[in-house]
Design a protein around this ligand. Structure first.
Ligand code: ZN
Length: 474
């Protein structure tokens, strides 16, 4: 019997806000322990939370980017549990009335467009971080109360690759949408993986195993590559899998049991009496709508369609949005947008990388690249000379035409000038000239190279070829 994996992901993402969710403490990674704390995020009795408005906006914006429904009534609940990472003994979250629900994320995986339904994206708060040193432990509350979005997918994922592609696409969307920096090294993205297996063709879900607190996407992929075959083997042996939480041991490359799965009622959720329901109105939603960016996949498809670009180029302009915008301006009115794309990717992006120059500091605008490509296509300069012009543009910011004129780089198409150069090349290279006359066609390229050298790369190569043949065959 063949088995398939059924995977759902719960992705936690720290929102990009200046301050924490319920207090004015800075939302900043890397500060000394317990320096961004106050009575609110330390859970002192008698304090009152005040909702961070930008976090509410980013939550709804995420919902719009994931094509979710945005209910006009949402609320906050307390998830009660006792652990040192939560001083007030509950985490504020959204339980049965989240701010967004029923969305979808489309993304590419192994050349196919996949579509995964999003159950909900709800707002909650991050908890403190525990550190263990030898026989002692410490708690850093800087992270406590940082706004955290939990994005829950339906169990629509079927493989480790697909889970990896989903996470990559989701975080790309969140970064481009200005929701989160999604810096994995700073722990801004963490993920719980739910996975079960079932015979292909059946619809009942198997016992759900949860792998907690994954903090790299490659870890998620490796954990699933281990866990899926483990479950299939167990089922094939006739073992009954039970719902449990497992831990991924990255060094050993295995998952191991952590605890049997808790149920929602263990948390005794109830509405937080300190917080008003969240009820966005039309005007508020319209403001958020203005912040919606083009979805990365749609952007890639648009670049392929509108500019006739291959998938690889469009992928670059999808991932690097500013570079893509630069290209679009440069290609406006271009005869061959692909040539412009080549320049932007192979020359401009490479040079920016090499010199660690941000695109914003570039000394010329997109139209200059369009102009440069136009000069090559019109035969005014050769592509070799274009490299020289480009290097000058990068240094000085002068326009391509200005550089060509100032340096006398215009391609020589003047017949008498080219004829003279051909005569000179033939006279100084009697051997190759004779070779060509004897039928060695390749000798022509050598002579052509000599003419180009004599002209300092400025002779029109097509005309040089024509003139040489004409002379040698005379
Ligand atoms: Zn605080």
């Amino acid at each position: 019997m063949d088995y398939e994996a059924v995977i759902g992901l719960e992705t936690h993402v720290q929102l990009k806000t200046q301050s924490k969710m319920w207090c004015g403490c800075a939302n900043e990674f890397g500060a000394d322990p317990n320096t961004h704390v106050c009575p609110v995020c330390l859970g002192m009795p008698g304090v009152l939370p005040v909702a961070n408005q930008e976090a509410l906006r980013l939550t709804v914006l995420t919902g719009l980017l994931l094509q979710c429904q945005i209910p006009r009534h949402a609320k906050f609940d307390r998830k009660n549990y006792f652990y040192p990472d939560v001083a007030k003994n509950y985490q504020i979250t959204q339980y049965d009335k989240p701010s967004t629900s029923q969305g979808v994320l489309e993304f590419e995986c192994l050349g196919r467009i996949e579509r995964v339904r999003i159950t909900r994206a709800h707002l909650e708060e991050d908890v403190a971080k525990n550190f263990h040193f030898g026989r002692e432990s410490g708690v850093d509350f800087n992270r406590a109360g940082v706004p955290l979005l939990e994005i829950v997918s339906e169990p629509d994922l079927r493989s480790a690759d697909m889970a990896h592609a989903y996470l990559t696409a989701l975080t790309e969307l969140l970064v481009q949408g200005g929701i989160s920096d999604c810096d994995m090294e700073k722990g801004m993205v963490r993920c719980d993986v739910n996975v079960s297996v079932r015979p292909v063709g059946t619809t009942a879900l198997g016992a759900k195993i949860e792998i907690k607190n994954m903090n790299t996407f490659s870890g998620v992929r490796r954990a699933l590559d281990y866990e899926i075959p483990r479950q299939i083997a167990a089922v094939q042996r006739g073992e009954a899998l039970r719902q449990e939480t497992r831990r991924w041991d990255d060094d050993a490359g295995i998952t191991e049991p952590m605890r049997s799965k808790e149920h929602a009622h263990d948390y005794r959720y109830f509405p937080d009496p300190d917080l008003l329901p969240f009820e966005p109105d039309d005007a508020w939603l319209a403001d958020i709508q203005k912040r919606v960016v083009e979805l990365p996949l749609a952007r890639k498809q648009r670049f392929m369609r509108d500019y006739d670009l291959p998938a690889g180029d469009a992928e670059v302009f999808k991932s690097n949005r500013p570079l893509g915008d630069f290209f679009a301006s440069a290609a406006a009115g271009a005869k061959h947008p692909k040539s412009v794309a080549n320049w932007v990717i192979n020359n401009l992006a490479a040079k920016l990388n090499e010199t660690h120059t941000p695109l914003a500091n570039l000394k010329f605008g997109p139209s200059a690249v369009g102009e440069l490509v136009g000069l090559v296509e019109a035969g005014r300069i050769s592509s070799k000379i274009a490299q020289e012009v480009f290097a000058d543009m990068f240094e000085t910011g002068r326009s391509p035409s200005e550089i060509v004129a100032a340096k006398g780089l215009a391609q020589v198409s003047d017949a008498s000038a080219i004829e003279a150069l051909c005569d000179q090349a033939i006279a100084s290279n009697p051997g190759p000239a004779q070779d060509f006359r004897d039928g060695k066609v390749a000798a022509l390229n050598f002579l052509k190279g000599q003419v180009m050298k004599l002209s300092k790369g400025k002779a029109n190569p097509a005309l040089v070829g024509e003139w040489l043949e004409k002379k040698l065959r005379a």
